[in-house]
Design a protein around this ligand. Structure first.
Ligand code: ZN
Length: 254
């Protein structure tokens, strides 16, 4: 199971069905696809009805906030009610301290979406970049209790453990296939397997050997092999436990 890929993006328009079929042949039978902006939610929900492998989340990603409108909150609430039997989480939401969008606006939209997730008893899928301190502080201040997934985790062992205490799993992606990512490789080797989930973040973050190419959920196998090597655990054991971790964290996936 790929716990994070953007299969609704236009770069998959040409061969989405083929990608899904290729994944199924590899045993990757579920693809969690987080939403990014209000204008893409309906298309994502329709894809999830067309392809049973696609498991949608809905949210406002900080990258896309230039398109944000206050009425998006009402729309989010509406779709979460209407698709309460298929939406897995509120996401992808979070804070990004690298992009040129005001931290105040990002924080406001993040907190509003935590409230909406809370209203629906839903977990969240978190985006971070140079923002662990603010994310952790905000989750604690808001007493957010539904947990979720910290997508593409990179950070310290201490930060990882803090998220785990807050009910989160940590997304392990293509970054671990690069030897230069020593810190992240170390941290994911040390954490309990019960706190990890596998993800590709396709079409972004291609693993080593696939640089410059569109990333695709089939590459989950490369991440799995690397994690197996790093942790000295069998791929079967990792697949089984990571799958269980997603099932116990996100909604509407069985
Ligand atoms: Zn993403």
């Amino acid at each position: 199971m790929d716990s994070h890929c953007h299969l609704d993006f236009a770069s998959f328009d040409v061969d989405r069905q083929q990608v899904i079929e290729n994944c199924a042949q590899l045993g990757i039978d579920k693809l969690v696809v987080p939403g990014t902006q209000a204008s893409s939610w309906l298309g994502l929900l329709q894809l999830s009805q067309q392809y049973s492998a696609i498991k949608p989340a809905l949210g406002l990603h900080p990258y896309f906030l230039q398109h944000f409108q206050p009425k998006d909150y009402a729309l989010l609430t509406q779709w979460l009610s209407q698709f309460s039997d298929s939406v897995t989480a509120v996401g992808e939401i979070g804070l990004d301290h690298v992009i040129d969008i005001s931290p105040e606006q990002q924080m406001e939209v993040f907190i509003q979406q935590l409230h909406i997730a809370d209203d629906f008893n839903l977990p969240v899928i978190l985006h971070h970049r140079h923002s662990h301190n603010d994310l952790i502080k905000t989750l604690k201040q808001q007493r957010f209790k539904w947990g979720g997934i910290v997508h593409a985790f990179s950070g310290s062992l201490y930060e990882a453990n803090t998220y785990i205490e807050l009910g989160f799993k940590l997304g392990v992606g293509g970054v671990i296939t690069y030897p230069r990512a020593r810190k992240t490789r170390d941290v994911v080797s040390q954490l309990p397997l019960s706190s990890l989930v596998l993800e590709t973040d396709s079409p972004d973050m291609p693993p080593r050997g696939k640089q410059g190419l569109r990333n695709s959920p089939q590459n989950l196998i490369l991440i799995l092999d690397e994690l197996s090597h790093l942790r000295q655990e069998s791929t079967d054991e990792i697949i089984k436990q990571c799958r269980q971790n997603v099932l116990s964290t996100l909604k509407n996936i069985s």
